[in-house]
Design a protein around this ligand. Structure first.
Ligand code: TA6
Length: 272
């Protein structure tokens, strides 16, 4: 990897670090307290995606055509360019290349701005279709790893009554009946059309994190729990206790934008 590989932001009591590899936010601290989880087993040298922080899933979620196409798309395994930087904000860019077109034959331009302000981390992605004639279909997701003292104690609000597909049960469809979702075993659920705000309780320091989203109708909740955790080479066996993935995205239905159009997907995490 080129020598310049990370960007650091600072604003009062808040700090953040973003790797150019995947434009992945790997650290977000408030008064020195880390709010994101990155596995000690994660590769950080550009040879694979970063296991933790806020990786960007684009243009496809999960498996989209076997080993020849990177799981969760190519945005998280590609080096982005830094376009603008101030103390508390940085903007990154990724455009199509021969390699991206070999996976997915579309022209595109992504502009991603990360901003820290008070207790908030703001991630704003603009997805642009520069083509003069072709529509561009895609999926998008912030694969956010929230650090927690013990995942068994957290709750996630706003999911009651919603349909979800459970990857741990053949991807069958269920309706959520819990007021507050808890993680009590291996969890891999794709909730659709969720509200714009979810609260995650018992995060670092017992605080609540507000996840606010726009342009991102779905929420994926993932934790591999103890057994499956051991099958990931980029997780330590005990990591599962220390994080929950709450992933704001549009993955149930593809977004389609016309020639010259753009789409904006924003996530704001706030420690309340
Ligand atoms: O977003 C949830 C998920 O798709 C899970 O099914 C799980 O396998 C996970 O992402 C991790 O995938 P990764 O490629 O980051 O190891």
């Amino acid at each position: 990897m080129a020598t310049e590989q990370i960007v650091n932001l600072k604003n009062g009591d808040a700090e953040a670090t973003i790797y150019l590899h995947g434009a992945t936010v790997t650290s977000w601290k408030i008064k020195g307290n880390e709010q994101l989880f990155v596995s000690e087993a994660s590769k950080l040298d550009g040879s694979s995606h970063i296991m933790g922080g806020v990786p960007i899933v684009f243009p496809k979620f999960a498996d989209w055509g076997g080993p020849d196409r990177p799981f969760h798309g190519f945005a998280r395994i590609t080096r982005w360019s830094l376009k603008n930087k101030s103390d508390n904000s940085a903007t990154f860019e990724l455009v199509d290349s021969e390699l991206t077109r070999s996976y997915w034959n579309y022209q595109f331009k992504l502009e991603y701005t990360v901003n820290i302000d008070g207790n908030a981390l703001r991630s704003c992605l603009s997805i642009q279709n520069p083509s003069k004639s072709e529509n561009m279909p895609f999926e998008i997701l912030y694969h956010t790893f929230i650090r927690v003292p013990d995942v068994r104690n957290i709750t996630i609000s706003g999911l009651k009554g919603l349909k979800y597909n459970d990857k741990t049960r053949n991807f069958d469809e269920f309706v959520e009946n819990r007021d507050l979702v808890q993680i009590q075993g291996m969890t891999d659920s794709v909730y659709r059309s969720t509200p714009d705000v979810h609260l995650i309780t018992n995060a670092v320091g017992g605080k609540t994190i507000e996840l606010k989203k726009s342009g991102l109708p779905d929420l994926v909740v993932w934790n591999p729990w103890s057994e499956a955790s051991k099958t990931f080479t980029d997780l330590k066996p005990y990591d599962w206790k220390d994080y929950v993935c709450t992933e704001a995205g549009s993955v149930v239905k593809q977004i389609v934008i016309g020639p010259g159009q753009n789409y904006v997907a924003t996530q704001i995490l706030t420690v309340l």
